[in-house]
Ligand binder design. Sequence first.
Ligand SMILES: [Zn+2]
Length: 98
Amino acid sequence: MLSITPILMLLFAGGVWFLLAASAGQLAERYGRNYFIWFVFAVILSPLVAIIMVWCMGPDEENLCKRSIKAKTHKLCSHCQELMRNKARSCKHCGYTE
Ligand SMILES: [Zn+2]
């Protein structure tokens, strides 16, 4: 019985490690970054370091912008090039009305 305990602890620690790495990946994804790259990075280095790094770097605005245009929830204002909702009639940034 005594020899099983360390293995279980190791498995548990590994599970927690992967879960944290997955949440680092999810955070990266939400910030418009690559899930897989950050997941691998978190597994190899440390999930906590990866989460802190993603958090410090902040959202990749340009990528998030591209993503929401691709998903057709947003479009670019033809006047000021800021992101506006697809169904919006006027731009909240410059007040431009189509
Ligand atoms: Zn505008």
